[in-house]
Design a protein around this ligand. Structure first.
Ligand code: XIL
Length: 743
C-alpha cells in the first residue's frame, strides 16, 4: 500500500472515530440514568460550566477544582462545553471532583463517568494513559492512588469508576477529598479535553465491608526478631486511628515517616520549621515502643527550594548552599537528636544508567540542585566539585546527632554499575573521615549504613544482583538496611496499566519473589539491621497500581505475607518454575573485516543453532546459521539466512524480514533495557549475509556477554501453513542464545 493511501485510510478511520466518540452527550446521560441510577451531577449542567463564556479561564466550580499548574479554559465542543487542559507540567495535574460537594451517603453505589478527547493532531507518546485517581488520604482510599485508567488515544476516552462509601469513610471526607482526572507521566504535556463528568447514585447491592486487620496472624517483627528489625511507613494522621495503631504495633518494631520528615514537609522556607506533624509521629512511636528511622535529610526530590536555589530557581553559590545545608541539618537532626536510631543523610545521589568508570563522582546525579549549587563556585583545581555536598552532609549529621547511625540510601542499588559507584563512594568518604581532624571516634565509620531501597518489580527482579550487591556493600564495612521494599506485579513500564487486582497465580508469583528475597535477607542477617516494607497494604502504596505489598485492599494477608513469614516453607509448597535452561555457545576470539565478504576467519567460529521453531511451524519456512567472534573491542555476528521468499511489505520494521540482535553486557535478562543493553535490527536488504560488530563497553566490570538472537522472518502466504494464515509472523528461530566466557 502506498503511504498516501495509508494516510487517506488513517484520516478516514480518524473521522469515523471522531463521529463515534462525539455521539451526543445527552444520549450517554440518558443511558447512565437507566444503568446507574439517578444523576446527581452532570458537568454540562454545572452552572460554573454551562454559564461560562467560550474561552473563559476555568477556575473551578462548586463541584470541580483545578489541581496543579497549566492552563484551563472553557471551550465549546459538540454543542456543549468542555474543559480544555493545556501546558500541564506534571501527569498528576488535572481536574478534581470535590467529593464533599456530592453529599454522599452510605449504602449507595456511585458511578463516576468521565468523557473526553484529545486533538486530532495530538502527539501521544507510547504509554499515554488517562487516569482517574484519588490524590488525598481518606478512608480506605488512603493516599494517592490510581482508581482506573485506560490508554489515551485519538478515539477519546470514557472512564467509569464505581464506589460504595461506608459511613466511616464518608465521615473522613473533607474539603480536600477529591477524585482526580489526570494522565500517566508519558502524557503529561498532551492537552486534553474533559467533555463531561457525570455522577449517578443508586442503592448499593451490598454494604462494603470496612477493611479489617486480622491480628491473630503471626507478627512480622516477632518472626524476625532474631534476624533484623522489621518496619513499615506511617503518616501522622494515621496514628489517631486505633485500628492502625493496633496493627502497626502488632507487626512492626520500627517506623519511617513516609513523607513528613522530608525537607519540603519540615522547612518550606528559610528560617521556617514545622515539626508538629513529624513530632506527632515520633512521639507516638516512642510511646508505643517503636523505633524511628529518619528519612531523609538531603535529597534532590521533595526538598525545599530555599536550600539550594535562588528566587529565580537558579542554583545558589557553593557557600550559600553549604550554609543552608549546615543550618538545615543542625535544625532538623538537632531537633530529633537522641530520638532516632538512624538517618538517611543523603538519598538518591546517583544517576541511573551510568556505567561505573572507577570514579564514583562521575556516576552522580549531576542535575541534582545540591550538586549544581555545590558546583557553582567550586575550585576544580583544588579538587572541589558538586559532589562535596555528600561529605558535608554526613559530617554535619554526625555532629548534630552523634548517636544516630548514618545511612546512604538509594534505589536501583542492586544494579552492578550503581552498586559499584555507591560502594566506592562509601569507601572513599569513610577513608577521608578517618583522616579528618574532626573525627573523634577513630573506630567509627562516617557512612555506617547503606540503605537498599528495594523498589523491585516481579518481572525484573534479579536475585543474583541483589545478593551480589549485599556482598559488595558488606565489603565496605557498612551495615545494610532494606529500607523501602515493595514488589509491584509486572515491570516498570507496564505495572500502572493493569486494571484488576492480582489473580491467585499472580499473587503466588509475587509471593515467590518475596520469599526468595527473604531467603537472601536471612542468609545475610548478620549484616542487615532492618527490613522496612514501603506501605501497610496495597491501596495505600505509592505504586498501588501494581498491588505491591503484603496485605490487600481489605487488609487481608496476601500470599506475599505468608511467603515473608516462612520463605522456605512457602517455596517448598509453591516451588517457582526452574529457571529456563538457556542454550549456550562459545564465541571464538578473532577479528574479521566487516565488508560483506565472508572472511576465512569465520571458519574457526562454531555454528550456533538458532533454529528453534515454535509449535506448528514448518521446517521449510526459513533457517539461519549464526557464528560469532570477539576481540577486545567488539562482538561480531555473522548470520547466513535462507528463506524462500522475502517480504518487506509491512510498514512496521519489526514485521519486515529481519534479524534482531539483543545484547546485554551485564548479563541482564530483565523486562526492560538497562545500561549495557542494546537491541539491533537489520532488515532483509542486508541480512542475507549479515556481518555486524557491536561495541563493547571498556568500562564495564562484569565482562560476561549475554546475546540473544532473534531471526524474524515473514514469508508470503504460499509458504505459510493453514493455521498461521496469510502473512502472519513466522518466527523461525527464537530465541537462540549464546553466552561468552569472561575475558
Ligand atoms: C514516596 C512516597 O511513598 C510518596 O507518598 C511520595 O509521593 C513520593 O515519595 N524513594 C524514597 C521515598 O526515598 O521517600 C519515596 O517515597 C519513594 C522512593
Amino acid at each position: 500500500m502506498t503511504s498516501k493511501m495509508s494516510r487517506k485510510l488513517l484520516a478516514w478511520v480518524c473521522c469515523l472515530a471522531l463521529v463515534l466518540t462525539s455521539w451526543p452527550l445527552a444520549a450517554i446521560a440518558a443511558e447512565d440514568d437507566e444503568d446507574s441510577g439517578t444523576v446527581i451531577y452532570r458537568m454540562q449542567e454545572d452552572p460554573g460550566i454551562s454559564g461560562a463564556d467560550e474561552g473563559a479561564a476555568f477556575s473551578g466550580t462548586d463541584y470541580l477544582t483545578n489541581s496543579g499548574g497549566g492552563t484551563r479554559s472553557i471551550v465549546t465542543y459538540n454543542g456543549g462545553r468542555s474543559i480544555y487542559l493545556a501546558d500541564r507540567t506534571a501527569d498528576f495535574y488535572g481536574v478534581d471532583i470535590k467529593l464533599s460537594a456530592l453529599n454522599l451517603s452510605p449504602g449507595t453505589e456511585y458511578t463516576f463517568t468521565v468523557h473526553g478527547h484529545v486533538d486530532e493532531e495530538a502527539v501521544l507518546p507510547g504509554g499515554s494513559l488517562i487516569v482517574f485517581s484519588n490524590p488525598n488520604p481518606f478512608g480506605p482510599y488512603g493516599q494517592y492512588q490510581w482508581l482506573v485508567n485506560q490508554p489515551l488515544t485519538k478515539d477519546g476516552f470514557s472512564l467509569e469508576y464505581k464506589a460504595v462509601f461506608s459511613a466511616a469513610t464518608i465521615a473522613q471526607i473533607g474539603a480536600q477529598s477529591y477524585f482526580r482526572i489526570q494522565t500517566s507521566s508519558q502524557a503529561s504535556t498532551v492537552p486534553i479535553y474533559i467533555d463531561n463528568i457525570t455522577v449517578t447514585a443508586r442503592p448499593a447491592d451490598e454494604e462494603p465491608a470496612d477493611p479489617e486487620w486480622d491480628l491473630t496472624l503471626d507478627s512480622l517483627h516477632e518472626v524476625y526478631k532474631d534476624f533484623f528489625l522489621f518496619g513499615n511507613i506511617a503518616s501522622p494522621h494515621q496514628v489517631d486511628d486505633e485500628e492502625f495503631v493496633a496493627m502497626f504495633t502488632h507487626h512492626y518494631s520500627v517506623v519511617t515517616a513516609e513523607n513528613h520528615m522530608k525537607p519540603e514537609a519540615l522547612s518550606p522556607s528559610k528560617g521556617v520549621y514545622n515539626f508538629a506533624n513529624a513530632d506527632k509521629l515520633v512521639d507516638w512511636a516512642l510511646e508505643n515502643g517503636i523505633k524511628v528511622h529518619g528519612h531523609a535529610l538531603i535529597w534532590h526530590s521533595q526538598t525545599s527550594p530555599w536550600l539550594n536555589r535562588n528566587a529565580e530557581g537558579q542554583p545558589l553559590t557553593r557557600e550559600e548552599a553549604q550554609a543552608n545545608l549546615f543550618e538545615y541539618i543542625d535544625n532538623v537532626a538537632g531537633h530529633f537528636q537522641g530520638k532516632l536510631i538512624s538517618w538517611d543523610v543523603v538519598n538518591e545521589a546517583f544517576a541511573d544508567g551510568v556505567s561505573f568508570n572507577g570514579n564514583w563522582k562521575d556516576s552522580l546525579r549531576k542535575n541534582s540542585p545540591w550538586y549544581l549549587a555545590y558546583a557553582n563556585g567550586a575550585d576544580e583545581e583544588a579538587g572541589e566539585s558538586g559532589a562535596d555536598y555528600i561529605y558535608d552532609a554526613f559530617v554535619r549529621a554526625r555532629q548534630a546527632d552523634p548517636d544516630a547511625t548514618l545511612y546512604y540510601n538509594d534505589y536501583n542499588e542492586e544494579l552492578p554499575s550503581k552498586r559499584d559507584a555507591i560502594a566506592a563512594m562509601v569507601e572513599d568518604l569513610n577513608a577521608r573521615w578517618a583522616e579528618d581532624s574532626r573525627n573523634t571516634e577513630p573506630d567509627r565509620l562516617l557512612i555506617e549504613g547503606i540503605g537498599m531501597q528495594s523498589h523491585h518489580f516481579t518481572d525484573s527482579l534479579s536475585l543474583e544482583n541483589v545478593e551480589n550487591a549485599i556482598k559488595r556493600y558488606i565489603e565496605t564495612g557498612a551495615v545494610i538496611t532494606v529500607s523501602e521494599l515493595d514488589i509491584p506485579y509486572g515491570s516498570y513500564s507496564n505495572f500502572e496499566s493493569r486494571t484488576a487486582p492480582l489473580n491467585q497465580q499472580e499473587q503466588v508469583i509475587q509471593a515467590q519473589k518475596y520469599a526468595q528475597l527473604f531467603q537472601i535477607y536471612r542468609k545475610y542477617a548478620d549484616s542487615i539491621e532492618r527490613v522496612t516494607i514501603w506501605g501497610i497494604a496495597d491501596p495505600y502504596s505509592w505504586r498501588s497500581a501494581g498491588y505491591p505489598l503484603l496485605f490487600d485492599r481489605q487488609h487481608a494477608a496476601k500470599e506475599a505475607y505468608y511467603a515473608v513469614i516462612d520463605p522456605d516453607g512457602y517455596l517448598a509448597e509453591n516451588p517457582p518454575p526452574p529457571p529456563p535452561v538457556l542454550p549456550e555457545a562459545s564465541a571464538m576470539r578473532g577479528s574479521p573485516v566487516i565488508d560483506a565478504e565472508k572472511d576465512e576467519i569465520w571458519a574457526i567460529a562454531p555454528e550456533i543453532n538458532v533454529n528453534k521453531r515454535p509449535d506448528g511451524q514448518t521446517a521449510d519456512a526459513a533457517s539461519a546459521v549464526v557464528r560469532t567472534l570477539w576481540d577486545e573491542d567488539y562482538l561480531y555476528v555473522y548470520a547466513e539466512i535462507t528463506d524462500t521468499e522475502l517480504n518487506n511489505d509491512s510498514p512496521n520494521p519489526w514485521e519486515q524480514d529481519s534479524i534482531e540482535v539483543f545484547m546485554s553486557e551485564t548479563v541482564h535478562r530483565g523486562a526492560e533495557y538497562r545500561v549495557g543493553d542494546g537491541q539491533y535490527r537489520v532488515n532483509q536488504s542486508s541480512f542475507f549475509c549479515l556481518a555486524a560488530r557491536f561495541d563493547l563497553d571498556p568500562n564495564l566490570t562484569d565482562r560476561n556477554i549475554f546475546l540473544n538472537l532473534f531471526v524474524n522472518i515473514f514469508t508470503l502466504s504460499s509458504n505459510s501453513n493453514a493455521s498461521t494464515g496469510n502473512k502472519s509472523q513466522l518466527t523461525v528461530s527464537s530465541p537462540g542464545m549464546l553466552e561468552m566466557y569472561k575475558f
